[in-house]
Write a protein that binds this ligand. Structure first.
Ligand code: NAD
Length: 450
């Protein structure tokens, strides 16, 4: 069927009002949860085929987070949907003021390959909770997961309510020509720009969940062995193919040697001396990605790792010492298991360092000093982050997740997803019992205030 015909079926379904009730939305969210539950085995198989992720990573970063997000939304949706009564100023005497939570209508969700289930279903949960119908366009680079998503959704939901459209950038661009009511995009900055430009044609509101270079700062008073362990974990998760992976490290010069030694230990302890031979260490998505990463190492001072295995598309965890900001490794988002390390002498200097790449999506700061922690939070611009940890701020439905400026527009997760996928419609209900005359041009009000 033609895309515009499916869209018009969605719009008809939406206008019929079925998605407006709490009961309907909860029922759909339950169905989504049951769908995941029943298909767990196939989900593990598909993601494993696409990315070679381990069971433990699939459970932790794909299925587990979805179950807890679904439970959180199901538990709180009634409260979120409630019409809010707010104050009315005395200038509006007799009136009452309300905020209604209105769905947008039919939304388009475009997702990337790195967490192919999570980054498709988490926004979908928000779209359903908000009372919308949805199109979902998963990535062409995870064909097994995208195919399974299409099959599961078709088996469990009406096509005019949720439709999965598979394909690459051509199909994505076709979708972007259509008049959706909202677009939720997760992916690269480059494609984010295209999405925003296309959306501007019909003035469609967007959420952009993009990438960028996220720093991790290790200060002189950090607990170095623990910092090294948590940084190694955050970097090696999904072989560094995580939008909020620590992209590069800024370490205080007085603890640099100690940090590098501890980090090397941790990098070898998770998957052994040759992680690229370990079945649980995630693959790189495709050959081009591996080639790009290997090229980034050219001319750099590699102090650990650097080996690649082209047969299974894996790269050993790699450390680079003091690359300059002019080098490609410090210009591009790395998105792989390479960590460049630069040193600093004063905390104030890290702000200048970080400003080399605009608006990081995430920032991590390791220090035992609360004043310095607060200073970093107050003085550096970033989407969100963790103090004394990496990645973990994404795994909670209570914190909004999103970027700032070049790393994204808008946020989601938990209540923020509901808010993202609903319009807050303001309505003032005026009384007809009386009519204050001072607003009218022929009233005496003007004369009174002279
Ligand atoms: P991508 O931007 O190449 O692709 C994302 C989606 O856009 C895919 O579905 C793809 O088919 C589609 N697409 C690709 N080119 C297009 C075009 N020219 N026109 C229209 N649509 C197009 O991103 P990716 O390689 O799949 O994912 C990696 C990027 O995503 C990284 O930059 C990463 O930081 C970012 N990311 C961000 C988040 C976040 O939550 N902020 C999460 C994961 C990944």
């Amino acid at each position: 069927m033609h895309l515009s015909t499916i869209l018009s079926d969605h719009k008809t379904m939406y206008r019929a009002g079925k998605t407006m009730t709490h009961t309907y939305r909860i029922h759909q969210l339950q169905k989504l949860k049951d769908m995941l539950n029943r298909n767990e085995k196939r989900i593990y198989q598909a993601i494993k085929k696409d990315l070679g992720k381990s069971d433990y990573e699939i459970l932790m970063t794909e299925l587990g987070v979805l179950y807890s997000e679904l439970d959180h939304v199901i538990r709180n949706l009634k409260e979120w949907m409630r019409t809010e009564r707010v104050k009315t100023p005395t200038t509006h005497k007799g009136a009452k003021s309300y905020i209604y939570k209105q769905p947008y209508g039919t939304v388009l969700i475009i997702s990337p390959w790195n967490y192919p289930l999570n980054l498709s279903i988490t926004p979908l949960i928000g779209a359903i909770a908000g009372g919308n119908t949805a199109f979902l366009k998963p990535s062409e680079f995870t064909p097994n997961t995208s195919e399974l998503l299409a099959e599961m959704i078709a088996d469990n939901f009406e096509e005019k309510y949720i439709t999965v459209i598979q394909g690459g950038k051509e199909i994505s661009q076709e979708l972007l020509e259509l008049e959706f009511d909202y677009i939720f995009f997760t992916g690269s900055q480059k494609v984010g720009q295209i999405v925003m430009e296309k959306a501007s044609k019909h003035l469609i509101p967007v959420t952009l969940e993009l990438g960028g270079k996220s720093p991790v700062i290790i200060d002189e008073d950090a607990k170095i062995p623990l910092a090294a362990k948590r940084i190694a974990w955050g970097k090696l998760l999904n072989a560094g193919q995580t939008c909020i992976a620590p992209d590069y490290a800024l370490v205080h010069e007085s603890v640099k040697d100690e940090f590098i030694k501890a980090l090397k230990n941790e990098l070898s302890s998770f998957y052994g001396e040759q992680p690229m031979e370990h079945p649980d260490y995630t693959q790189l998505i495709h050959d081009n990605h591996l080639d790009r990463l290997a090229k980034l190492l050219e001319g750099e001072n590699v102090i650990f790792g650097g080996e690649v295995n082209r047969d299974n598309r894996k790269m050993n965890p790699t450390l680079i010492d003091e690359p300059s900001w002019e080098r490609p490794i410090m210009q591009e988002e790395i998105f792989g298991p390479i960590l460049p390390i630069r040193s600093f002498s004063h905390l104030e200097k890290v702000v200048d360092e970080i400003e080399h790449s605009r608006n990081p999506l995430a920032l991590y700061y390791f220090s035992e000093n609360e004043q310095k922690q607060q200073w970093v939070v107050n003085n550096v611009s970033f989407g969100g982050g963790s103090i004394n940890d990496t990645i973990m701020h994404i795994g909670t439905s209570h914190l909004p997740f999103g970027g700032i400026g070049a790393s994204g527009i808008g946020a989601y997760h938990g209540y923020e997803s509901f808010r993202t996928f609903t319009h807050r419609k303001s309505v003032l209900k005026q009384t007809t019992a009386f009519d204050l005359s001072f607003r009218y041009p022929n009233s005496k009000f003007g004369e009174q205030i002279m």
